[in-house]
Design a protein around this ligand. Sequence first.
Ligand SMILES: [Zn+2]
Length: 203
Amino acid sequence: MKRLFPLCLSFFVFVISAIAKPDDLVNVEKEIPGIVLDIRYATTNNFTKQAVYPMAKCYLRSSSAEKLKAVQKDLKAKGLGLKIYDGYRPLSVQKKFWALVPDDRYVANPAKGSRHNRGAAVDLTIIKKDGTELQMPTPYDDFTEKAHRDYKDLPAVAIKNRQLLEDVMTKHGFVGITTEWWHFDDVDWKNYDIMDIDFEKLK
Ligand SMILES: [Zn+2]
């Protein structure tokens, strides 16, 4: 009996992990009530000028979504909230980006994949209660130096808002990248594989 218990436990863990994979992606809109989506790649309002997503949805790994929920809660207490531009991105879409812009200054090479392909990265900004965006250094997907996290030749309010976003995201388990003020990776992104599940197949 003593020997059976760990065996049962490992079987249980195996079953749970089998259920949780490969698509432990959750619908962020359902998980985080009140979160605002502006999924640019489902519109022509993005750097490719094409709608590359079939629908305006945001999916993330469930643990990343949990972290983001805590961010939203913190901001809500300040009368603010999150607006998401992008989350999980199927690898097939990454390939489409690469075909349009084969330049790794702007697009992650699909051979390596993007952390968005792992469902463990999110592009976002902060909004007020009325839905207006806080002033940030640049619009979304501005691929200039102005969007760099350490860029300083900006109005004080844009620097303050960029810092607010960085502080609240890092507090809850995300880490920024140097070139895009709007992009954050889940600190545990390495734990997740690259996926190529179409949006239509997700709930
Ligand atoms: Zn991003």
